[in-house]
Design a protein around this ligand. Structure first.
Ligand SMILES: Nc1ncnc2c1ncn2[C@@H]1O[C@H](COP(=O)(O)OP(=O)(O)OP(=O)(O)O)[C@@H](O)[C@H]1O
Ligand SMILES: [Mg+2]
Length: 344
């Protein structure tokens, strides 16, 4: 009973500070916040107008004196001030009516993050009120989050396809044996879709529409016999007038082949660099996908086809990292073994 109360009033938080989404896990309560990593600010005063979901709703609809900022780009902090404001907002949001003691915070960061970037993440969390900050490499967090036996002498391969980065890692005995990060993920896919539609149809669409197309009809591998289509709104660049066009799945698949190939090559590079004993474990256990990009239709089939290895998509791949860092709040021993400890 006492423990349950303690858990409930715990200040400890785990955060997946992602390029596309920020998720917060509270010890004893689970994932309590899952919102886009976006901040809307006034250009002159830097006053925050909106954060998260509310900010995403304003995307592409703000007047000239207000901008929508994505504080994280390519998996790292691009705008320090905005990241601090965003963390502050999320930490306060989940902390409301808990206690005023500043919390211990665990944050997932990309595996190729520099020391300067590590410090920036720590400082942003401290400025948001965190007392102790621990950093965990995202692929390690994702592997723990999907339930892989990271502590065993066994090769586990995890591929986390996020908004800004794709992290490929081989993990054994609580350590990352090999990792490769490429700054390609869902955002590049959206950008390439909107560039294609602009060139092919002289048609301008917004960032949000490009993502909607990807989610609705995007695919990495031909899955069914019929190709899906979607009607989207945008602006005809020649007449300047808003109109609708219809986009087909096969054209989008062709367009997505470029970013998808970069991800594929990172996976192949990781396989080539994995010591043979660990590689043979991967042959048996397969490649586990995580992140929002794991939901791109047919991505598992493509990887299976190219590598001839089993590919597993866990339930809720988007929650993998936050579940992993969250479980470390309850398992301090594991946290001690896997935390990055050279950030100061
Ligand atoms: N069904 C879907 N099909 C394709 N892509 C999807 C789908 N659902 C979400 N995504 C994409 O997944 C990405 C977000 O994934 P995720 O939340 O794992 O990223 P992140 O952790 O914020 O980014 P990063 O790890 O690079 O910092 C977005 O680009 C989003 O458009
Ligand atoms: Mg991520």
């Amino acid at each position: 009973m006492f423990n349950r109360l303690l858990g409930y009033f715990s200040n400890d938080l785990a955060i997946d500070l992602g390029t596309a989404n920020t998720l917060v896990y509270v010890k004893g309560a689970g994932v309590v916040c899952n919102e886009p990593s976006m901040v809307v600010m006034r250009n002159d005063t830097k006053k925050v107008v909106a954060v998260g979901l509310e900010a995403k709703r304003m995307l592409g609809k703000t007047p000239a004196n207000i901008s929508t900022i994505r504080p994280m780009k390519d998996g790292v902090i691009a705008d320090f001030e905005a990241t601090g404001e965003m963390l502050k907002y999320f930490i306060r949001k989940v902390h409301k009516r808990r206690s005023f003691i500043s919390p211990r915070v665990i944050i997932g960061v990309p595996s190729d993050i520099t020391l300067v970037e590590q410090r920036a993440v720590k400082e942003a969390a401290e400025s948001a009120g965190a007392r102790e900050v621990y950093l965990i490499e995202e692929p390690m967090a994702a592997a723990v989050g999907v339930g892989l036996p990271v502590g065993e002498p066994r090769g586990n391969m995890i591929v986390d396809i996020g908004g800004g980065t794709t992290d490929v890692a081989v993990i054994s005995l609580d350590g990352v044996v090999f990792s490769k990060a490429v700054r390609v993920g869902g955002d590049k896919m959206d950008a390439i879709i909107s560039a294609y539609i602009k060139n092919q149809y002289n048609f301008m669409i917004g960032e949000k529409t490009a993502e909607e197309i990807k989610i609705a009809i995007g695919s990495a591998y031909k899955t069914g016999s019929t190709e899906l289509t979607i009607e989207v709104n945008g602006r005809d660049m020649i007449s300047g007038i808003p109109k609708r066009v219809s986009i087909r799945e096969d054209e989008i698949r062709e367009v997505l082949a470029e970013p998808v190939n970069i991800i594929m090559n990172a996976i192949k590079a990781a396989l080539e660099n994995t010591p043979p004993e660990l590689a043979s474990d991967i042959v048996d256990n397969g490649i586990v996908l995580a992140g929002g990009g794991a939901l791109l239709r047919g991505i598992d089939l493509l990887i299976k086809h190219e590598t001839r290895l089993p590919v597993i998509i866990p339930d809720d791949p988007i929650l993998a990292v936050v579940k992993g860092v969250g479980s470390m709040l309850e398992n301090i021993e594991l946290l001690g073994r896997v935390a990055i400890d050279n950030a100061r």
